[in-house]
Ligand binder design. Sequence first.
Ligand SMILES: Nc1ncnc2c1ncn2[C@@H]1O[C@H](COP(=O)(O)OP(=O)(O)OP(=O)(O)O)[C@@H](O)[C@H]1O
Length: 705
Amino acid sequence: MCHHPKLHHSHAHHLSPARSFRRSKPSSQADRDCVHNAWLASRTVPTRKSSYLVPGAQRPLNKPNIRLAYIIAHKCAFDLVKVLWSLHPVRTTLMMLLNIVRGFFPAFRGYSQAMIVDELQALISSGRFTWSRLVKLMTAEILRRALESLIDSFATTNENIVQESARFFVEYQQVAQRLRLDVPTLADPVVRDCLQESDLFVRSFNGMGGFGLLSPFDFVQLFALLSELASHILVLLSLTGGTNLGVLLLSVLSAIFPLLLSRGGFGSLHPDSSYTQQEARTAERQERLRNLAHSDCHRPEILLFGLGPWILQSWASARKSMLYAEGPLSSKQSVLPHFLGSINISDLLFAVQNIPLLLMLQSSSSSLGSLALYRSSIQSVVFTVGNLLTTTRMAFQGIFLMGAFCAAMNIQPKLEPADEEVECYSSLPNGMKIEARHLSYTYPGSKDASLKNVSFTLEAGERLAIVGYNGSGKSTLAKVILRIIDFSQGDLLVNGVDVRRFSPSEYHRRVTTVFQGFSKFNSTVRENVGFGYIQKLGSQTAVEQAIRLGEADTFVDSLPNGLKTKLDASGFEPMTYSSTPSGVSQPSSSRVHHGLSGGEWQRIAISRAFMRADRPEIDLLLFDEPTSSLDAHAQNRIFDTIDEVSRSPSGARSKTVIFITHRLSTARRADKIAMMENGTITEFGSHEALLQKGGSYATLYQASV
Ligand SMILES: Nc1ncnc2c1ncn2[C@@H]1O[C@H](COP(=O)(O)OP(=O)(O)OP(=O)(O)O)[C@@H](O)[C@H]1O
């Protein structure tokens, strides 16, 4: 078993819900693939081959999709609901039961009110009106209502507790899985879509069909609606006594028919969620242009380059084509149903519903209460059927989102080796030994390889400078060595072991780096630096030491709140307001995130790398143009510090160092220099040897001095 950072684990254990859905699932790999394939198949557009529905699009209600929904429900819903149920078994069972009981309330209410009306009618027509009897009836009604609202309020509280813990559970799983996934996995468009639909599923846990989505717990609504419908039908049957059954049927159908007609598209695609990739691209473009118009951080360049009219025109044309694509009359076939749907047929057929009423009026048994109850029950049936259709439709879509969630939870990070292949990282005394043999790599979607046949050997403790022209593959090679991206061909051996056999998290604990496009976190100086070694984030001394090493202390000390100053990563942070004693809001300067210069940001990133550079487990320091924005003196001092931290107290080399640079004066400091051209290393050796060779490096060096 390889060693893993203790702090991460103890935290994760402390916070994690009772169990992880991923690990708790006993299902086989075949089941998991089955769910993933069913989810993927539900996204195909039958009329357009090799085209997928956009994430979140509604699946048409047709035979193939019903079969896919069944597969997903069978292979994933049961497991998921079981895990969710186990969070609060008693409360969840109660929630289900109470929902069914509550379904009977409306019919019960109508019945009780009809009884009161009947009693009143009897009292008045018999002429023996007494207040005491009326008060008795009213008291019974008040008690019934009190009981109803008591049950309602208990059920709501109970439901909130169940929903909240379920929501936390799924959100936790989602965030945990996101954090597990590496760059190559997230670059896969199918994975991205799966995660997006899985996000929608997680959002559905906002309770009772929030955002028009249905969580597995909301499925209980279906039972509640069915019990409600059954109770209304029972009331109607008891009123008509079975004699007027045909008329009752006519009445119900006449009420439901327009509803069905207006939902003629039941199961068909909702216009704005049905568009395919081409339309989705236009929608995305329109959104991007809109964001550009709203963005503050791009404002200076938008103004300077006069981009306003172009943005407006491009947005308008994208928006217009989207509107026409979404328009209700865009397709000729949809004209008739649209026209029919717009006629309120329920009004026309309303008269039909009076037939049974007339028949009932003729019979001697009819009373005012039963007539009112009959009327309201018919309306309730219609309303409930409508709700049932909507809920069924949402439940149907919900199954596919659930499939996405289950599939997303089982995505394996591409860089993670299979359990049986994992090899533990073992250190060498002087740092990391790296051997690259015929490495090649092509970015997904690119025609040309960015790395071609790269081979070199770097002994433990050596310093390597990678130099070369723009776009020659230096940063790509750095990312391959750092296991941020994989390689397509060749071998990369670290300390003699195939790097693919190391768990990336275990390997990453052995390196520290400054990326060329390092992160600027929108948070405090302390966090921006302390993130370099999260275990020491709380230690002011460690953070200050790293800041000193990175030479960031010169400006950090003068920031308004020192280490606590919030940094603005966007470069344009709008002012916030603070209230003055007089109660008037004024622009506040103390709460504004503080901007930094390019060089200052670079020093923050270097300090972050220094947070752990001197730790004993660090074997490789890799810097991708760390000092490109620094002046020559500062640059030299940073390289002196790198030299210092990569040696043991006795002065012996203890860490391997790789740096990428365009300044060839710094490249001279390295033991070996790799000259990269067009994705490959064309020259490799010491500064002197390469100068003597008189090749590309020598030419580049001559040009730079
Ligand atoms: N994410 C990406 N997707 C596709 N191609 C990429 C990606 N990143 C880089 N490339 C391409 O890979 C090649 C090598 O890029 P890389 O960033 O490694 O060059 P570099 O030598 O570090 O350049 P520079 O000196 O400008 O930093 C370039 O042709 C670039 O266009």
